[in-house]
Each structure stands twice: as structure tokens, then as C-alpha cells.
Design a protein around this ligand. Sequence first.
Ligand code: BV8
Ligand code: ZN
Length: 250
Amino acid sequence: MNFSDKFRAVLRNAESICVLTGAGVSAESGVPTFRGAEGLWQKFKPEELANFDAFINNPELVWEWYAYRKQVMKNVQPNPSHLALVDMERLVRTFTLVTQNVDNLHTRAGSKNVLELHGNIERSYCIDCHTYTDDLEALAERKVPRCKSCGGLVRPDVVWFGEVLPAEVFQKAAKASEKCDLFLCAGTSAVVYPAASLPLTARERGAYVVEINREYTDLSLRTHETILGNAGEILPEIVHELQSVKERAS
Ligand code: BV8
Ligand code: ZN
């Protein structure tokens, strides 16, 4: 892949890389994205499903959606995008992986300390006593799981619209965005905040910001470069370039 001279130079000198991933990075594993033509949201509306009131009003429907997504996750594997980011972590002094995805694929691929801005679909907890549980047998009978300790409703451990992101996780992500030399934004439509503010912070603080996406997004005018194509092809090429510039420099 022929990267720009500027991007090659940034890779050669990169000491600290921050990466933000979205659903597009898991698309090549067969996980539907949210806003694409086949996107999950096409069938459902965010306001109907990914918010607390929708859950209280219709927990069966919301859990039907998450049970479907958990089922999808059982049959998919990490793809070359996830694996490339595991390799990238080993190639730079400071590497921070921030994800909006709740599919646990970065962790399954072997990435360490993944900053999960929007939670993780593998975890669930009781809305009353906050006890975490993985006892979700009720889903098999299309029922809503109830807490064994207090009988409260059990919900997925994800951040819904109108809910605050886990403060410590977001602070770490914001700090990495402020300090990195290179910010890669892969497979996200960059419409959901405050996650989408991270590349803007990086740019303001002097990082070189590169977007990797199949198409232009709301962010494209604010980045230094947009590399169009599949993340599963581009990210491994970036790792290959990083490896060769590091070998040449050593
Ligand atoms: C909050 C739940 C406030 C888990 C999700 C400004 C500041 C703060 C908040 C707001 C703000 N402006 C608006 C808000 C409100 C809201 C928001 O951002 N709304 C948007 C829609 C306008 N934000 C919130 O509510 C956030 N909460 O800030 O609270 C607050 C403050 C104080 C006190 C109380 C409250 C909470 C946001 C989290 C919402 N939860 N999901 C779940 O079920 O998943 S968001 C949902 O969208 C997913 O988590 C997903 O990760 C996220 C982003 O979507 P993408 O990952 O980008 O996926 P998408 O399908 O959109 O795009 C895929 C991209 O990949 C496309 O561009 C496509 O071209 C590309 N692609 C596809 N295939 C490939 C590819 N690219 C490369 N290769 C491929 N092969
Ligand atoms: Zn409980």
C-alpha cells in the first residue's frame, strides 16, 4: 500500500499511538455495523433500544436485541484488523487502544488493557443492587433475566444513549488522545459523542490524525488523512510499514 511520505515519516518517529475503533473494525468478522445499509439500526431505532427508558418500558424487546447480538458474537472470530492492533501494541513505546465496540473482539484477539468506552456485551448486572451476573438462562425462554439476590432486572453492561461513559476509562482515553504523536480512527462513523471528540482533541494537541474507513465520514474534513478501504487490509499494511521503518531505524 503506498502511504503518503508524511504518514511514513510519522510512523518512523511514532513513540505513542492512540487508536479509536468502531463497528467497522468488527464488520469483517461478520458483526453487523450500526448505521450501514445492513446496519443493526436499520431494523431498530437507537431511541427504541439503546436507552434506559426503552429498557424499563420494554425489557423483553431490548434483551431480544442484545440476545441476538450475543448469539452473533458466539459465531464470530477476531479478524485481521483486531490482530494487526495486537501486533501494533508491541511495536511502539506507548500504545492505547480505545474502542466504542462492545463485542469483546479486541480482548479475544489478545489486545491488553482495552479502553471500552461503551462497555461490554459479555457482562450484565442488576439495575437495583448492581450485582454482576452471567446467569442469563432466562434469555433462552425469551424472558428477562432477574437478579438472584434481589429480583431486580438484569441489564447488559453497555453505555446507552443519555448515560455517562465510565469516567476513568474516558479520562484515560482523553489523556492518550492528548499525548499521542499519531491517532488512528478506524471503522467509525464518528457520530457518537463524546467518543468522536477524541480524534479532535488529538488534532488540537498536535497529533497526526489518520482515518481508516470504507467511506468519508463527519470526521474526514477534520483529519490529516483519510485512507479509504477495508480496515482488515489497511491496518495490517500499517503494521507492516511500522515494522519495516523500525527495522531500518535500528
Ligand atoms: C453521554 C450502546 C451525556 C452499546 C452506544 C455531545 C457530548 C455528549 C453527548 C452527546 C453529544 N452530542 C450528542 C450526544 C448524545 C449522544 C450522541 O452522541 N448521540 C449521537 C447519535 C448524536 N451521546 C450519548 O448519549 C453518550 N452519553 O454523553 O451522556 C450525559 C452527560 C452528562 C450526564 C448524563 C449524560 C452515550 C453514547 C454511547 C451510546 N451507546 N451503543 C451498544 O448497544 O452497542 S453507541 C453505538 O454507536 C455503538 O456503541 C457504536 O460503537 C457507536 C458508534 O457507532 P460506530 O462504531 O461508528 O458504528 P457505525 O455503524 O455508526 O459506523 C461504522 C463505520 O465503519 C462506518 O463509517 C462504515 O463506513 C465503516 N466501515 C464498515 N465496514 C468497514 C468500515 N471501515 C473500515 N473497514 C470496514 N470493513
Ligand atoms: Zn439485584
